[in-house]
Design a binder for this molecule. Structure first.
Ligand SMILES: O=C(O)C(=O)C[C@]1(C(=O)O)C=C[C@@H](O)C=C1
Length: 99
């Protein structure tokens, strides 16, 4: 027998069976927790990057250091492939603004 609760969790998850809906609901909770940690890490990265940029600018240098950005883009591309480059570009934009 399908209860109302089961119907709701299958609807929300897109699953066609209660068991699958349970697995999906549990995995989504883990994804939400991971996303919270990723957002926290991105915010921490932004703060560390700001320290570097402020120090460089205060010493008379420029905000942007393209050779370092190339290293970072390569690191993400090597680990994650082409979408890794796009991810690194977004991270750099968050950390130093648009150029
Ligand atoms: O590593 C630096 O020199 C930084 O300023 C940090 C950072 C980054 O967020 O990774 C930000 C701006 C630079 O253009 C390069 C890299």
């Amino acid at each position: 027998m399908t209860t109302t609760t089961e119907a709701t969790s299958t609807e929300k998850s897109g699953a066609r069976a209660a068991e699958a809906a349970d697995v999906i609901t549990g995995a989504r909770e883990r994804i939400d927790a991971l996303d919270d940690r990723i957002i926290g890490l991105v915010q921490e990265r932004m703060a560390v990057s700001a320290v570097i940029q402020q120090e460089r600018i205060a010493s008379g240098g420029r905000r942007v250091n393209l050779s370092r950005e190339m290293e970072i883009l390569g690191h993400y591309r090597d680990a994650l492939g082409k979408p890794g480059t796009a991810l690194a570009m977004t991270l750099l934009e968050l950390c130093r603004g648009k150029i």
